[in-house]
Design a protein around this ligand. Structure first.
Ligand code: GLA
Length: 701
C-alpha cells in the first residue's frame, strides 16, 4: 500500500485530521546567494492538546486520607513498611482529576519498554548512563518539570513545580528563593532535603571534573550564579541578571535532578580520597539494585543484554485527588534490544511504548496500526525530529586533533568551505532515502519550521547545486592536484594530502547511519572523502563531549524545538555548553565573530522577559545560525507516539519530543490500565524494592 492511502486510512481511523502545520508565505532574501527554505509538505498532526494552566494540572496539599495498593498495605501490616501517610511528605504533589483524560485510575499492571541503549550505572549526576528510553526519566526527579508543558497556554508558560514546590523572586529580581517539598523521602526511606540539592550543585555541577549525564554546566545557570542552603527545605539562587526566569527550565530534566547524597557523597573524590572521578562515576553499576530514587520506580533487576525491571517506589510523593499514592502502574520494564525493535514490538503488542522516530519504520507501523485489531494506537505529531551535520569549530585544540584533523578544523572555520558543503547536500533525496511521502522536509539548520520562534524570512537556505558547491571549494583553496577525485590541501598544509574528514555517527539508530551514508556519498561527488566513525551509545557521548570528531551527524536536542529549554546550548556561551565548539586545551573558546554575535544574542534572550524583544532576538539568532552555517541542517520530520491501547490517561496531543521526550510528556505516574484490561505481564508481582526475594536480591553492591 502507498503511504498516501495508509496515512488517510490511519487519520480516518483516528477520527479525522487535526491541525495543519503552519505554512508561511514565501519570501526571497535581497541577496541572491540563498533563498528562504521551501515550504514543508502539508502534514497533519493527528491530535491537539487541550490547553490549560499549570494550576489546572497539579497542586501541593495534604489530603484527609491516603491509599495504596493492597499488596503494599500487606507490607505495612507485616511491619515491614511505615504507613502510607508517614511515607508521604507533609503536602504531597496532587494531580488534579480535571486534567486527567480518564480520571482517577486504578492500581496494577506494567509498562513494557524496549530500548537500544545499555546502562553503565546509576550515578546519573556523576555521568553514568542508564540506557535512555525513559529509565532515567522515571528514576530521577528534578526541581522543576517541563515535559507536560506542551499542554500549557503559551502566555502562561513556566516550568511546573516538582521537587521545588514553590518559589518567589526578590524585589530587585536577583534572588530566587525556592521551597522544597517537605518531609519527602528517597525510595529507601532516607529524607530528601536541601543537602541533596547542595551536593548536586557544589560537588557535581560546579566541579569541572564531573560531567553530569544531563549535561549540566555552571554556565547553564548563568555566569556568576550562586546557590545556597537557607534551611533543610529552602534554597536561594542569586543571579547576576534580573529575573532570569529562563533558568527555571535549566532546573528541569536533565540538568537539575539531584541524586541521593547519602549514597553518592561517600564515593565522591572530595570526601573519599581513595576514589578517582572515574570511580565515582562508576560507583553504582547496574548490578547494584534498589538504588534510591525520588522517581516513581526503583531498579530491582538487571540482566545484561536482557532486561531492567523497576518496581513502584513505596515512598513516592505524588498522589491523585482521592489520595491514592502514585504511580498506578506497579512496574516498568526495559528490554535491552535495539531502538528499531522498540517500534516493531510495540506495533506487534509485545511491548507497550515507542517513540516512532526512525522514518524507515513509518510505513510498516502505519500499515499495522490502521487495522482494527492493532494492539497499539499511533499518533503523529509535528516535525520536531531533526538532524544536522556539525563541523567541529574549535581551532585551538578541543579533542587534541592530529595534523590532518587540525587542517580540517581550519577548513571548518572557513565560511566558503561550509558553503561548499551545504550546496553539495541534496536534502530532498536525503529525506526520501529514509521514507517517501510527506514526512521529511529539507532542513536548513537552526530553529525548526513549525515551532513558535521560527521565522521563515530569517532563515537562509542554500539550495542544492553541485556546481556552486565546487566553486566554493575552489574559493576555499582546495583543488584535486593528483587527479584521484578527492581535493587536496594546498601545498604546505597537512602535506598537501587528500581532504579526508572523519565523521562521528551514532551506531544505535538506523536513521543516523542512513543519513551519514547519504552525506558521505554526496561529499564524494563534491570531492571530499568522508570516513565514518560509527560509535555505539555511551562511547558516543564521550567522543562527542571530548571533541573527538571533525564532523558529526547528530539528532538535535529540544533546545532547537522549544528555545526556552536548554537555551544556553544554542550557542557556545560557556566553555562546555555547545555541541560542536568547546574550549580548547588552554580553557579558552576561540569564537569566530558570528559565534560571538550568537552568544550575545542568546545572553540577551535569557536576560529579557519582553516577548516581542525575545521574538526579534530569535530572528537574529536564526539569521546568524543559518547564514553562517554554524550547524548544517539535513532533514526534519515528525515522530509518532505508539502506545498499547490498554493504557488510559494518555494526554491528547502528547508529542514524542518537545520540551522533553514522551516518556515524561505523558506523565507516566498518572497512566493506568482499567481493571478489565489489565494484563498479567508484571515480572515481579506483589514485590517492592528493598524487600527480600525481588529480582537478583535485596540491596547489594
Ligand atoms: C532515546 C530514544 C528517544 C527517547 C529518549 C528518552 O534517545 O531514542 O526516543 O526514548 O531515549 O531519553
Amino acid at each position: 500500500m502507498q503511504w498516501e492511502v495508509l496515512l488517510r486510512k490511519h487519520i480516518y481511523a483516528l477520527g479525522g485530521a487535526g491541525l495543519l502545520l503552519s505554512v508561511s508565505m514565501a519570501a526571497v532574501f535581497a541577496q541572491t546567494e540563498w533563498t528562504t527554505p521551501p515550504d514543508p509538505p502539508e502534514f497533519s498532526a493527528q491530535s491537539e492538546p487541550i490547553f490549560v494552566s499549570v494550576s489546572d494540572i497539579q497542586e501541593y496539599k495534604a489530603l484527609p486520607e491516603y491509599h495504596e495498593p493492597d499488596f503494599v498495605k500487606a507490607f505495612v501490616d507485616a511491619g515491614e513498611l511505615p504507613p502510607v501517610a508517614e511515607r508521604l511528605p507533609k503536602e504531597p504533589l496532587v494531580f488534579k482529576t480535571g486534567n486527567m483524560p480518564d480520571g482517577v485510575g486504578v492500581y496494577g499492571d506494567t509498562m513494557r519498554h524496549v530500548i537500544g541503549g545499555r546502562p553503565d550505572g546509576w550515578n546519573y549526576i556523576g555521568g553514568a548512563i542508564q540506557g535512555w528510553g525513559g529509565i532515567d526519566i522515571g528514576m530521577y526527579e528534578c526541581l522543576t518539570r517541563t515535559g507536560p508543558l506542551f499542554q500549557v497556554e503559551a502566555d502562561e508558560l513556566e516550568p511546573l513545580p516538582n521537587l521545588a514546590k514553590s518559589w518567589e523572586w526578590s524585589e530587585d529580581g536577583h534572588e530566587l528563593t525556592m521551597h522544597l517539598i517537605e518531609g519527602a523521602k528517597w525510595s529507601d526511606g532516607e529524607p530528601f532535603d536541601a543537602d541533596d540539592v547542595m551536593f548536586y550543585w557544589e560537588d557535581n555541577v560546579l566541579d569541572s571534573n564531573v560531567a553530569p549525564t544531563g549535561g549540566a554546566t555552571p554556565e547553564g545557570f548563568g555566569e556568576g550564579t550562586t546557590l545556597e542552603k537557607i534551611d533543610a527545605y529552602t534554597i536561594k539562587w542569586t543571579f547576576k541578571e534580573v529575573r532570569p526566569t529562563q533558568y527555571l527550565y535549566a532546573m528541569a530534566y536533565g540538568s537539575f535532578c539531584p541524586g541521593p547524597s547519602h549514597l553518592l557523597k561517600p564515593e565522591h573524590p572530595k570526601y573519599n580520597p581513595d576514589n578517582t572521578y572515574e570511580d565515582y562515576k562508576n560507583a553504582f553499576t547496574p548490578e547494584f539494585l534498589n538504588f534510591p530514587v525520588m522517581g516513581a520506580w526503583v531498579p530491582v533487576e538487571y540482566r545484561p543484554d536482557d532486561v531492567i525491571v523497576l518496581r513502584r517506589n513505596p515512598y513516592y510523593w505524588k498522589v491523585d485527588e482521592a489520595g491514592n499514592q502514585l504511580p498506578y502502574l506497579n512496574e516498568v520494564s526495559y528490554r535491552l534490544s535495539t531502538w528499531s525493535d522498540r517500534d516493531v514490538q510495540t506495533v506487534a503488542g509485545t511491548a507497550d511504548f515507542s517513540n516512532l522516530e526512525q522514518p524507515e519504520n513509518f510505513v510498516e507501523s502505519l500499515r499495522r496500526s490502521a487495522e482494527d485489531s492493532a494492539p497499539a494506537r499511533l499518533q503523529f505529531g509535528a516535525r520536531t525530529i531533526g538532524y544536522s551535520l556539525y563541523p567541529n569549530l574549535s581551532g585551538n585544540g578541543w579533542g587534541e586533533p592530529n595534523e590532518l584533523s587540525q587542517a580540517i578544523r581550519d577548513l571548518n572555520r572557513n565560511l566558503d568551505f561550509r558553503k561548499a558543503v551545504t550546496y553539495a547536500l541534496d536534502r530532498q533525496s536525503l529525506g526520501e532515502s529514509l521514507v517517501k511521502g510527506p514526512f521529511t522536509t529539507p532542513y536548513p539548520g537552526g530553529l525548526y519550521a513549525g515551532t513558535s520562534f521560527y521565522d521563515k524570512d530569517s532563515t537562509a537556505y542554500f539550495p542544492h547545486s553541485m556546481e556552486t558547491a565546487k566553486d566554493y571549494l575552489a574559493k576555499a583553496g582546495l583543488e584535486d592536484t593528483d587527479g584521484n577525485g578527492v581535493v587536496n590541501f594546498p601545498e604546505g598544509v597537512a602535506g598537501g594530502q587528500d581532504v579526508q574528514v572523519t565523521m562521528l555517527v551514532n551506531a544505535d539508530y538506523t536513521t543516523d547511519k542512513s543519513l551519514a551514508e547519504g552525506v558521505q556519498a554526496q561529499m564524494e561527488q563534491l570531492g571530499i572523502r568522508v570516513v565514518l566513525d560509527t560509535v555505539s551509545g555511551n562511547a558516543l557521548a564521550e567522543y562527542q563531549q571530548g571533541g573527538k570528531f571533525d564532523w558529526a551527524v547528530l539528532r538535535n536536542g529540544s533546545d532547537l524545538v522549544s528555545v526556552v529549554q536548554g537555551t544556553s546550548g544554542l550557542a557556545p556561551v560557556g566553555p562546555r555548553t555547545a555541541f560542536s565548539h568547546r574550549a580548547g586545551t588552554d580553557g579558552t573558546l576561540d569564537l569566530m565573530p558570528f559565534e560571538q554575535e550568537m552568544v550575545d544574542t542568546i545572553n540577551q534572550f535569557i536576560a529579557s522577559s519582553d516577548n516581542a524583544e525575545r521574538a526579534e532576538l530569535m530572528k537574529k539568532y536564526q539569521q546568524l545560525y543559518t547564514q553562517n552555517l554554524y550547524g548544517i541542517g539535513l532533514t526534519q520530520y515528525p515522530g509518532a507516539l505508539l502506545i498499547n491501547k490498554r493504557f488510559d490517561n494518555i494526554p491528547a496531543g502528547a508529542p514524542i519530543f518537545q520540551f522533553n521526550w514522551a516518556e515524561d510528556n505523558i506523565i507516566r505516574e498518572r497512566v493506568f490500565v482499567p481493571a478489565e484490561d489489565q494484563s498479567n505481564y508484571e515480572l515481579h508481582p506483589n514485590t517492592l524494592p528493598n524487600t527480600p526475594g525481588v529480582g537478583n536480591g535485596p540491596i547489594s553492591k
